[in-house]
Design a protein around this ligand. Structure first.
Ligand SMILES: Nc1ncnc2c1ncn2[C@@H]1O[C@H](COP(=O)(O)OP(=O)(O)OP(=O)(O)O)[C@@H](O)[C@H]1O
Ligand SMILES: [Mg+2]
Length: 415
């Protein structure tokens, strides 16, 4: 069994692929990836479990592959969660009834942060993250960490992320059946941001989108912290489906055509050779111009980019943040995407690729691995931030709620 104080495990259960990463940390915040297990996904739709036993099987295959490469056995992991059921509130709370001008302790901070969601009307939603964005002391905002400071009143503004309990429970159940002990659930937009955004981008304000197979996960960062998260249920799968419908061809052929000949700008494909796509029924093959293929792709991607732009308004912002738009995820590999996005987005655009290093193998330098790598970094960084690590993986200020939630879940499961 792996000693969890030196090993970290991340599982990205995607709509297209399931990826398990095993990392070994050096205690200084760097993590070396020593095992990678990537298998095609089954039983997932739009980021959510649609067939529990299939998901259980693919998780197990992916873990086995990673374990064989790493030469270790794993038992617990950080896992990503997505789906359009994810929602949030930015909420403020304060703690007034303190002894006048006394020192703030970590218990006081936990209490005020808890008030951000405890008194809110979150209905039947399950709270996944309570991420403090800003603190105030006696009404003065902009305090990074009030612990150890004198105060009569502490205020906090938090980003509270919630999810539909059924979707959460089905993912947790698939993991439990696959033999995985859950160390934490992290929403995928936050995980991917860990892998591809710089601190400068988060500070100045940036929109990041992980364009996957079944969803496009949006996160907006302002002043260094998360401000808005949302999941658009459109990804590469829908592009492939559009091709399949437009040219009456099988989804496998449509996917192959997209990967081989796809481009987001049809005009760039003028004078390119036609391609042959297999058809249904008696129609064995049809001749399709590359430009018309790219028109279908363009229409869907253009619509998706405009939906992403509308998230700026949905987030309550008057204009797009100056750090621009960072696109990642497998679908961001579509040729011409950066160019098309630049023609729509009012600011800079780049494709976010995780960086390979002595610690991260070259194979993972691919936007499709942003979530998995981000989950691994999340585990390492947030257990380090915490300082009171429990089995090397304590509850940081970002995820203290998870401990409470996992305890409740465990009680429920064993009840
Ligand atoms: N070169 C490419 N051009 C266009 N699309 C691509 C390219 N390479 C991969 N894709 C698309 O990327 C998608 C898979 O991306 P990714 O691996 O990030 O998805 P996922 O994490 O499994 O899904 P999700 O996050 O939505 O649950 C597929 O739809 C695939 O067709
Ligand atoms: Mg994904």
């Amino acid at each position: 069994m792996v000693r969890s104080e030196t090993y970290h495990v991340a599982i990205d259960v995607g709509t297209t692929k399931v990826c398990t990463l095993i990392g070994r940390s050096d205690g200084n915040g760097d993590v070396q990836v020593i095992g990678v297990g990537t298998v095609p996904s089954r039983g997932m739709q739009k980021g959510m479990v649609s067939n529990l036993s299939e998901v259980q099987q693919v998780i197990q295959s992916s873990i086995r592959e990673a374990e064989a490469q790493a030469g270790v056995k794993i038992s617990s992991a950080y896992v990503g969660i997505t789906g359009s059921h994810i929602n949030y509130v930015n909420s403020r709370a304060s703690l007034d009834n303190r002894r006048h001008n006394s020192l703030v302790g970590s218990g006081d901070v936990a209490q005020v942060v808890q008030a951000c969601y405890a008194d809110r009307n979150i209905g039947s939603n399950r709270v996944l993250h309570v991420i403090p964005r800003d603190y105030s002391i006696d009404g003065n905002w902009g305090v990074h960490d009030p612990v150890g400071m004198y105060a009569s009143t502490i205020g906090v503004e938090s980003h509270v992320v919630m999810a539909d309990p059924t979707s959460v429970d089905n993912l947790v159940e698939a993991l439990r059946k696959a033999g995985v002990k859950l160390r934490g659930l992290v929403i995928e937009p936050l995980a991917s941001a860990e892998a591809v955004l710089s601190e400068d981008e988060r500070d100045i304000g940036v929109v990041m989108v992980d364009m996957g197979g079944g969803t496009s996960d949006v996160s907006i960062f302002l002043e260094g912290s998360i401000w808005h998260t949302s999941v658009i249920p459109v990804g590469g799968f829908q592009i492939t489906r559009d091709i399949s419908i437009a040219f009456s061809t099988f989804s496998l052929a449509a996917e192959e055509a997209k990967l081989k000949y796809g481009h987001a700008i049809p005009a760039a494909m003028e004078d390119q050779e036609d391609l042959r796509l297999p058809g249904f029924g008696n129609q064995t093959f049809s001749q399709v111009s590359r430009q018309s293929l790219c028109e279908v792709i363009h229409d869907r991607v253009d619509e998706l980019l405009r939906l992403i732009l509308s998230e700026v308004n949905n987030a309550g912002l008057d204009s797009a943040p100056p750090g621009g738009l960072v696109l990642t995820g497998g679908s961001s590999k579509l040729p011409g995407l950066e160019e098309l996005a630049s023609s729509i987005w009012p600011g800079p655009v780049r494709i976010g690729v995780p960086t390979a290093s002595a610690w991260v193998p070259q194979d993972l330098e691919d936007p499709a691995f942003s979530t998995a790598l981000g989950l691994l970094f999340w585990d390492v960084r947030h257990s380090r931030v915490d300082g009171n690590a429990e089995n090397g993986n304590g509850i940081s200020k970002y995820s203290f709620l998870m401990k409470h939630w996992l305890n409740n879940l465990t009680h429920r499961v064993h009840a």
